[in-house]
Structure formats: C-alpha cells, structure tokens
Ligand binder design. Structure first.
Ligand SMILES: [Cu+2]
Length: 69
C-alpha cells in the first residue's frame, strides 16, 4: 500500500468532507485515512488503483484534485 496526500480545491465545509470521503472510499483498492477541508490522505494499492482514478473520483464528487504527494 502506498500513502498519498491529496490537495483538493472546491471544498468548504463538512458536507464536502463527507462527499470526498465517500467518493474516494468507492475506488477499488483505496482506503481513506483522513479527509479535511482541502485535503485528503489515502492509502492505496498501486496494482488496483491509479492516481488517475483518484482524480476522477474527486471530480465526480464535484471537486478538483490539484496536487498529490
Ligand atoms: Cu461543503
């Protein structure tokens, strides 16, 4: 498992946090560690999930992945 910190724009409140948490949790191979306004930390299995899939999940929830490290 790899740990990744995501920077996410467009989040402003606890509702956004819940939406991002839910969206990332749905990606196969991803375990959400924590989500805060503007950021999320996940661990993921690189053989099952890609950073592209994470970006798409965030976008589907209505936010934008602006960086990860
Ligand atoms: Cu919100």
């Amino acid at each position: 498992m790899q740990s990744l910190k995501l920077e996410i724009s467009g989040m402003s409140c606890g509702h956004c946090v819940k939406a991002v948490d839910k969206a990332l949790s749905k990606v196969d191979g991803v375990t959400v560690q924590s989500v805060g306004v503007g950021e999320a930390t996940v661990s993921f299995d690189p053989s099952r999930a890609t950073s592209q899939q994470l970006a798409e999940a965030v976008a589907d929830a209505g936010f934008q992945l602006t960086g990860s490290h």
